[in-house]
Design a protein around this ligand. Structure first.
Ligand SMILES: Cc1cn([C@H]2C[C@H](O)[C@@H](COP(=O)(O)OP(=O)(O)O[C@H]3O[C@H](C)C(=O)[C@H](O)[C@H]3O)O2)c(=O)[nH]c1=O
Length: 337
C-alpha cells in the first residue's frame, strides 16, 4: 500500500487528511512539532484519535530539525510527501514573524530536501489564499499575478511556492501546491474566527468583529478540502514538452512538473452573515464588538475553483450553515458546553 509522509498530523487539516487516508488503507507516518501556538492538548487528542487506526505512526519533532526529518524520512521511505505543517495564522505573524520564517521557509526547505533524496512520486505542499494579498480581481485564479502579500505569513508561503517550483524544475520532483481558503470545521483551530466566536458566544462574552463585519471569506469545509487533497494526490503534474500544450486554465509550469491549485468553496460569504449563521445555530445573540480594519487583513477572498474541477472532477460544496452546524456539534461534545 502507498506510504504517505504527512507533516502537521496533529494540526487541523493534517489530522483530517490522515484520518481519511488511514480509512482508505494508506500507511501514514505523521510528523508534528506540537508547538504551543495554541492548546497542545487539542493536538495530542487529534494524534490519539489517529493512533487508534491501523497503519499510523508519528514522530514529534520540528520541521527545522533537519537531522530528525532526514532520519524519519529515510526510515519510512515514503512514496508521497504531503507537507501541511506550518506556522499558520495571519495575526500572529505580526507578533512573531521569525517563527514564520523558521517553520515556513527553513522547515519547508527541509521537507523539499527529504523529497529530493527520496525521489518521491509526488510532493504536495500547503500554501494559502493569503498570498493573493492586495489583488482586487475576483475570483482569485492560480495564474493571476500575485506579488502583493500583506503579511510575513503570506510572504513566507509565497516563498515556499517559489522554492517548490525551483526544486520541481531542478530535480524533477512532481509538485502540487495547494492554496487553501479559510478552512473550518470540527477539530478546528482555536485562533480562527469560528472557534473564537462559538466559544465566546457560549460563554456570553463579546466577539471582536473586524472591519465592522464588512469582510468576505470563501469559507471551505474541512471534509471538502481533504477530499480535494486526496484527489489531487492522483493528479501528478508532468513537465510539459512545450508551453503551447498548457491550457489557459491550467497553472502548470512550462519548465517543471509543478502546479498550484486553489482549494476553495468558490462562495464569498460576508462576515456579518457568518456571525448571523452562528447565532442561528447556537440560538444565542452575539455581543458584537465592532472593530476597525486590522493591520495585515485582506478584505475578501474568493476562489476560482475551475482548475481543481478540471483536474479531479470535484468541487467543494458544503454550505456554510451546514458546516457551522457540524462544528458546533463537535465543539459542544468536545468541550461539554
Ligand atoms: C479571529 C477573528 C477573525 N475575524 C475575521 C477575519 C476574517 O475576515 C474572518 C475569518 O478569520 P479566520 O481567522 O477564521 O481566517 P483567515 O483570517 O481568513 O485566515 C485563515 O485562512 C487563511 C487562508 C490562512 O491561511 C490562515 O492560516 C487561516 O488562519 O473573520 C474577526 O472579525 N474577528 C476575529 O476575532
Amino acid at each position: 500500500m502507498t506510504r504517505v509522509f504527512i507533516t502537521g498530523t496533529a494540526g487541523f487539516i493534517g489530522f483530517h487528511l490522515a484520518r481519511l487516508l488511514l480509512d482508505e488503507g494508506f500507511t501514514v507516518h505523521g510528523y508534528d512539532g506540537m508547538t504551543d501556538y495554541y492548546d497542545v492538548t487539542l493536538k495530542q487528542r487529534r494524534h490519539q484519535v489517529l493512533h487508534q487506526k491501523p497503519g499510523f505512526a508519528a514522530t514529534e519533532a520540528l520541521l527545522e530539525d533537519e537531522a530528525t526529518m532526514n532520519r524519519v524520512v529515510d526510515d519510512f521511505a515514503p512514496d508521497i510527501i504531503i507537507h501541511l505543517a506550518a506556522q499558520a495564522g495571519v495575526r500572529y505573524s505580526l507578533e512573531e514573524p521569525r517563527d514564520y520564517v523558521q517553520a515556513n521557509v527553513v522547515g519547508t526547505f527541509n521537507v523539499m530536501e527529504a523529497a529530493r533524496r527520496h525521489k518521491v512520486q509526488h510532493l504536495l505542499m500547503a500554501s494559502t489564499s493569503s498570498i493573493y494579498g492586495a489583488n482586487t480581481r475576483m475570483p482569485y485564479g492560480e495564474t493571476d499575478k500575485a506579488d502583493l502579500q500583506m503579511t510575513i505569513y503570506a510572504a513566507t508561503k509565497k516563498a515556499a511556492e517559489a522554492m517548490g517550483h525551483s526544486y520541481a524544475h531542478l530535480w524533477d520532483i512532481p509538485t502540487t501546491m495547494f492554496r487553501f481558503f479559510t478552512v473550518y470545521g470540527p477539530w478546528g483551530r482555536p485562533d480562527m474566527a469560528l472557534f473564537k466566536f462559538v466559544n465566546a458566544m457560549l460563554d456570553g462574552k463579546p466577539v471582536d468583529i473586524y472591519n465592522h463585519g464588512e469582510m468576505y471569506r470563501d469559507f471551505t469545509y474541512v471534509d471538502d478540502l481533504v477530499r480535494g487533497i486526496r484527489l489531487l494526490m492522483d493528479a501528478v503534474p508532468v513537465r510539459p514538452q512545450t508551453a503551447e500544450e498548457i491550457p489557459d486554465w491550467d497553472s502548470l509550469s512550462p519548465v517543471a512538473p509543478y502546479r498550484i491549485v486553489n482549494i476553495g468553496n468558490s462562495d464569498k460569504v460576508r462576515l456579518l452573515d457568518f456571525v448571523d449563521a452562528i447565532e442561528a445555530e447556537l440560538g444565542v445573540t452575539a455581543k458584537r464588538n465592532y472593530m476597525d480594519m486590522q493591520k495585515g487583513e485582506v478584505i475578501a477572498t474568493w476562489a476560482d475553483a475551475r482548475l481543481l474541477k478540471e483536474l479531479t472532477g470535484y468541487a467543494p460544496k458544503t454550505d456554510v450553515r451546514e458546516g457551522i452546524a457540524h462544528f458546533v456539534d463537535w465543539f459542544r461534545d468536545y468541550y461539554q458546553k
